[in-house]
Design a protein around this ligand. Structure first.
Ligand SMILES: Nc1ncnc2c1ncn2[C@@H]1O[C@H](COP(=O)(O)OP(=O)(O)O)[C@@H](O)[C@H]1O
Ligand SMILES: N[C@@H](CCOP(=O)(O)O)C(=O)O
Length: 295
């Protein structure tokens, strides 16, 4: 019998907004909207309880948190005879707010904790390999602004402190959009001038997110993914354009269809028409994943 039976951890994971416009597949920002998952190691079987606003997920081995947890347990050589999971979901699914990255990060962080480890570079590697988007995963694990990349050694990221004046508003439509589907809209090649545009703007975005938010209106403009994905969410593209026109730094959040905006003081100009979107002011999250023993 595993000596873990009867023990457990509570994991709290933040939402994240990836890309920040010009930083396609590279930049992420953690947001203070959290899912919470309780993992209890039992003698046998699998039970999953899902509470909260977003409950339409499998309740068997197909559950994303379970899949990531099992994979990470294998890596840490942890034997888990049975598992009881209670999920309290607040991050909207398939809206571009990193719900899948949060689910995977929760599973990986729980296994790390049972192995007596803090979530570290190997947790990033495992979670990003599993989920596919290191920009979301790094922001979710480590909080703040993530700069992510990959090389022959795997997925890497650095965390930088966000500027304290960032006051994000996310505008969430009821429409869902699958990240996998909209990645299929991206071309294999882009013009050299668009690549150069992205290099400059994404470097500027890091400066804006950390040192000088005044440059963000320019910095968040993108040519690498937003124009190609527009057919999947035309209303999102219109709202991003309207916000930029009004001087508000804005971008498509992740693979959409949520709109990410940084209005001054966290208040959108009254003239912006947000019909069809739910506006939610969410603070920047600086903590990343939190893990505590279940008591
Ligand atoms: N908390 C969760 N528990 C289980 N599965 C989840 C959870 N969050 C997300 N998922 C899975 O991930 C899918 C959404 O992933 P994706 O299309 O990448 O969108 P998002 O931008 O929300 O990450 C959901 O349909 C669901 O299958
Ligand atoms: N860089 C990825 C980010 C996907 O984020 P999500 O929150 O929509 O899953 C992409 O743009 O595909």
């Amino acid at each position: 019998m595993s000596d873990l039976v009867g023990t457990g951890v509570r994991v709290s994971v933040p939402a994240s907004t990836a890309n920040l416009g010009s930083g396609f597949d590279a930049l992420g920002l953690a947001l203070g909207l959290r899912d919470e998952v309780d993992f209890t190691i039992t003698a046998s079987g699998l039970s999953i309880t899902v509470e909260g606003a977003f409950t339409d997920v499998p309740t068997d081995e197909g559950h994303l948190v379970v899949q990531a947890f099992r994979k990470a347990c294998e890596l840490h050589r942890i034997s888990v005879p049975g598992l009881a999971l209670t999920c309290r979901n607040s991050i909207p699914h398939s809206r571009g707010l990193g719900s899948s990255a949060a689910a995977v990060a929760a599973g990986v962080a729980a296994a790390s904790a049972l192995a007596g480890r803090e979530p570290d570079a190997s947790a990033l590697q495992l979670a990003a390999e599993f989920e596919g988007h290191a920009d979301n995963v790094a922001a979710c694990l480590f909080g703040g602004v993530a700069i992510a990349w990959s090389d022959a050694g795997g997925y890497r990221a650095v965390r930088v402190d966000p500027h304290p004046d960032l006051s994000p508003v996310v505008l969430i439509p009821s429409q869902e959009s699958s990240t996998k589907t909209t990645r299929g809209l991206l071309p294999a090649r882009v013009p050299h001038s668009d690549a150069a545009h992205a290099a400059g703007r994404s470097a500027l975005a890091v400066h804006g997110l950390t040192r000088d938010p005044a440059v963000l209106l320019d910095a968040l403009r993108d040519r690498l993914h937003e124009p190609y994905r527009e057919p999947a969410w035309p209303a999102t593209s219109r709202l991003v354009a309207e916000l930029r026109e009004a001087g508000v730094p804005a971008a498509v959040s992740g693979a959409g269809p949520t709109v990410f905006a940084l209005p001054e003081g966290g208040v959108l100009p009254a003239e912006i028409d947000i019909t069809g979107f739910q506006a939610l002011a969410v603070p920047v999250d600086v903590d990343g994943v939190r893990v505590a023993p279940l008591g």
